[in-house]
Design a protein around this ligand. Structure first.
Ligand code: PLP
Length: 387
């Protein structure tokens, strides 16, 4: 990536060298089916077991409560559909927030169409969860509540411990989407009050198509992927051994370097914001809230964020308009809308998301390219010449 400046790490991260090495070794040396009883199978099983230990340590959970999935989207689907399928409350009731990832939003719409009661609780102007509204939504018996720990678009941290305590009073299971927090925040399932928690390897320098679901012992949910008895009957399908091994190598790295990485990401975020402050008509979304370090969501008044992203991409600077998942749709962001971001800024959002590999030179080059793009796009606006 010599000429690329990659500042889209909330969309995905490049795999670490040790991840690639571990995966190659697993593919070459442990091709067996982990359910087989012979040597190759036993070797594959040992790798999966060691990886489960590593993932359990990362989130402070017992090993037996971690299951491997194809990524956070599957984990989220399993948690929410699984809880609704096992609900003792009729009609089942699902409470979530207005700023969740598309996976949760889409599930809530599908469930509403099936007669499940849905509430999407709002956030304040900085993107923080409205805990009073959350409490009101959970005044009635509820099957499951789901919220994210850190928002993928703004980096804003939601008060999950407070929200989960309220949800538990309503008898609800609590699912936490902690995808954007790994390697940026210290957390544990116990401190969060999570009964279910989803992670995705490719957001922390692991491979794509691999994730975990923390499934607390006794949490009433039905499996989503049914078949043979892998993962103690909770997720059928032959394990993605190389993916699992790669994820564990990435998790080890994330856990060990947390303090230094946080410091680095904080410095990178501050450098981005200081540079953006020199461009007129900008607004940092969520600036007043606690955020994960290294994520900056900026709106440029009166221009489309996607136009800035496409212009910067031509010069090798990788940014994102909103989330990667909605980037191709060129629509406004549901997260910024929920925060009540004023109209002239709503479509002008650009997300900068750093990793431990981001350098000061990367930021400076991106700032220079973006400042030029913004100036150019503003000059191109209809009526700009007469103004
Ligand atoms: N949740 C959040 C907050 C995300 O940012 C993402 C990825 O964009 C997901 C869930 C989905 O993760 P995966 O790509 O593993 O399906």
């Amino acid at each position: 990536m010599t000429d690329l400046v990659y500042l889209d790490n909330n969309a995905t991260t490049p795999p670490l060298p040790e991840v690639v090495t571990a995966m190659r070794e697993a593919l070459e040396g442990a091709f067996g089916n982990p359910s087989s009883l012979h040597g190759p199978g036993i070797r594959a099983r040992a790798l999966v077991d060691a990886a489960r230990d590593e993932m359990a340590t990362l989130i402070g959970a017992p090993k037996s409560e971690v299951i491997f999935t194809s990524g956070a989207t599957e984990s989220i689907n399993t948690a929410i559909f699984g809880a609704i399928a096992a609900s003792k409350i009729t009609p089942a009731r699902f409470v979530t927030t207005a700023v969740e990832h598309e996976a949760v939003i889409e599930i809530s719409e599908l469930l509403a169409a099936r007669g499940v009661e849905i509430e999407r609780v709002g956030v304040d102007a900085e993107g923080r969860l409205d805990l009073d509204a959350w409490r009101k939504a959970l005044a009635r018996p509820t099957t499951i509540a789901s919220l994210m720990l850190a928002n993928n678009e703004t980096g804003v941290i939601l008060d999950v411990p407070a929200a989960s305590a309220i949800a538990h009073e309503a008898g609800a299971l609590v699912h936490v989407d902690a995808v954007q927090a790994v390697g940026k925040l210290a957390f544990s399932v116990e401190a969060l009050g999570a009964d279910l928690l989803s992670l995705s390897a490719h957001k922390f320098h692991g491979p794509k198509g691999t994730g975990i679901l923390y499934w607390k012992r006794g949490a009433r949910i039905k499996p989503l992927v049914n078949g043979a008895s892998q993962e103690a009957g909770r997720r059928a399908g032959t394990e993605n051994v190389a993916g699992i091994v790669g994820m564990a190598a990435a998790a080890r790295h994330m856990r060990q370097g947390l303090a230094a990485r946080r410091q680095h990401l904080t410095a990178m975020g501050a450098r981005i914001e200081a540079g953006l402050a020199k461009i007129a008509g900008t607004r940092i979304n969520g600036a007043g809230a606690a955020r994960v370090p290294g994520t900056v969501n900026v709106s440029f008044e009166g221009i489309e964020g996607s136009a800035v992203v496409l212009t910067a991409a031509r010069e090798g600077v990788c940014l994102s308009a909103g989330s990667a998942c909605s980037a191709a749709q060129f629509g406004g962001s549901h997260v910024l809308e929920a925060m009540g971001v004023p109209y002239p800024y709503l479509h002008g959002a650009v997300r900068w998301s750093c990793s431990e590999h981001t350098t000061e030179a990367d930021i400076d080059r991106a700032l220079e390219v973006v400042a030029r793009a913004v100036g150019y796009l503003r000059a191109m606006r209809p009526g700009a010449a007469e103004a």
